[in-house]
Structures are given as structure tokens and as C-alpha cells.
Design a protein around this ligand. Structure first.
Ligand code: AMP
Length: 224
């Protein structure tokens, strides 16, 4: 019997829409590996690799890193064995060029995008959502000053860690640039995936468990 192709789920949406949160939940619910180009780039910056050095200033300005750099990092990660379990792409693709390169990469192994889900939010609310967010420095669990605090102040619910970190590009002025980049470069991908018949839209303004349930219905219907 032939094995079903691993699912490739894309989460589209502006910064603050909840892509990272939901990608982690899809990992828990379906075993899909969360693959965040933002995380991969931040790791490259922290390690001081040539790609990281080239990307650092661009990321701090809230602009998009070049397709060449992002695609090189993505391809390396997609070549790792755990990806065979299926992936959720969080923050990739962000340009038409990246979307076409992803199609070509998947086609080379007889795969295609399984579903692209647009997390639909009200732009005006995004700055507040982003401004208060932070993660556990140990396990990466996400929190928010107003919307999601740990049960015990200063202690991660998941791992008990007591150190938290905030992203350098979550400042209000950088967030505006990131939203502008989303509308100019990434929002057109909604039509790109609609034309391929793989687009779903989810209202992402409501409670996190509702969004998780909506995504589970979509992914449960298409993932092997
Ligand atoms: P994120 O963690 O997805 O919000 O990404 C943080 C920053 O990394 C973005 O503002 C971009 O500068 C860069 N970045 C992440 N993913 C991509 C991508 N697919 N294409 C271009 N730049 C990216």
C-alpha cells in the first residue's frame, strides 16, 4: 500500500493573528511539525550565521528578508526527517515567489499544499495583541499581558520556567511596518491559494480554543 503524502498546512495571516499559537496546537492535536521561518531566522541571527547576519537589520526594521535567504533556510529544514510527519508552515510563504518555490519543492517529491488557512483578523486590534505578548524562555509557551497570563504570576504553566522573553520586533513602530509588508506582499497569497482550491478562512478574532476547534475541523478533514 502506498503511504499517504504528509500534510502541508499553511497558516496565512498578519503578525499577531495567532499563527504561532495555532501551529503549536496543530502539533499537539495532529503531530504536525511547526515550521516557522521567523523562528528559523531568529535562530540564525542568534548563532551569527551569514544568513542571520544578513537578515538581522531587515527583521529589526519589520521588512521581509529576501526570498533567497528564506528559501535556503526553509529547504534545509524541510530536508530533516521529522518533516515526514507533516508540517504546519507558520509565516511562510510570505511572497508570491516563495509560494511558487514551495509548490516546486513539494512537486519534486510528488506533494502539494494540503490546505492554506487564512486567519482573518481586524488590523486595528493587532498592535495591542502584539505589544503585550511574550514567551517562556525555556519552552516557548506564549503569553500575553492582558489576554493570557500564567496561572501563577511569573511561572510558566507548561514547564515551570520563570524567565520570559519579548521579541525585539514587537515594538509599535516595527509592528506597523510588518503589517504593511503583510498587506503588500502576503495578503495576495489568499487569492493564490483560493485559485488552487485549497483555501479556508477562519475568523481569528475570537477565543483561542474556538480557533483551535475550527482549525481541527479543517485539518482533520484533509490530513492523513
Ligand atoms: P515572524 O516570526 O513570522 O513574525 O517573522 C519575523 C520576521 O522574520 C519578519 O518580520 C521578517 O522580517 C522575517 N521573516 C519571517 N518569515 C519570513 C518569510 N517567509 N519571508 C521573509 N521574511 C520573513
Amino acid at each position: 500500500m502506498t503511504q499517504p503524502a504528509p500534510a502541508v498546512i499553511i497558516l496565512l495571516g498578519p503578525p499577531g493573528a495567532g499563527k504561532g499559537t495555532q501551529a503549536r496546537m496543530l502539533e499537539e492535536d495532529f503531530g504536525l511539525i511547526q515550521l516557522s521561518t521567523g523562528d528559523l531566522l531568529r535562530a540564525a541571527v542568534a548563532r551569527g550565521t551569514p544568513a542571520g547576519l544578513a537578515a538581522k537589520a531587515v527583521m529589526e526594521a519589520g521588512a521581509l528578508v529576501s526570498d533567497d535567504i528564506v528559501l535556503a533556510i526553509l529547504k534545509d529544514r524541510m530536508a530533516e526527517p521529522d518533516v515526514a510527519r507533516g508540517v504546519t508552515l507558520d509565516g511562510f510563504p510570505r511572497t508570491r515567489g516563495q509560494a511558487e518555490a514551495l509548490d516546486a519543492l513539494l512537486a519534486a517529491s510528488g506533494q502539494r499544499v494540503t490546505a492554506a488557512v487564512s486567519l482573518e483578523v481586524d488590523d486595528a486590534a493587532m498592535v495591542d495583541r502584539i505589544a503585550g505578548r511574550h514567551t517562556c524562555a525555556t519552552c516557548g509557551e506564549g503569553y500575553h499581558d492582558s489576554f493570557k497570563q500564567p496561572a501563577v504570576a511569573g511561572v510558566c504553566d507548561k514547564c515551570g520556567g520563570t524567565a520570559f522573553k519579548r521579541r525585539a520586533d514587537d515594538k509599535a513602530e516595527t509592528v506597523a511596518a510588518r503589517l504593511a509588508a503583510y498587506h503588500a506582499e502576503t495578503a495576495p497569497l489568499i487569492a493564490y491559494y483560493a485559485a488552487k482550491g485549497v483555501l479556508d478562512r477562519v475568523d481569528a478574532m475570537g477565543p483561542i480554543p474556538d480557533i483551535r476547534a475550527a482549525l481541527a475541523r479543517i485539518v482533520g478533514g484533509v490530513a492523513a
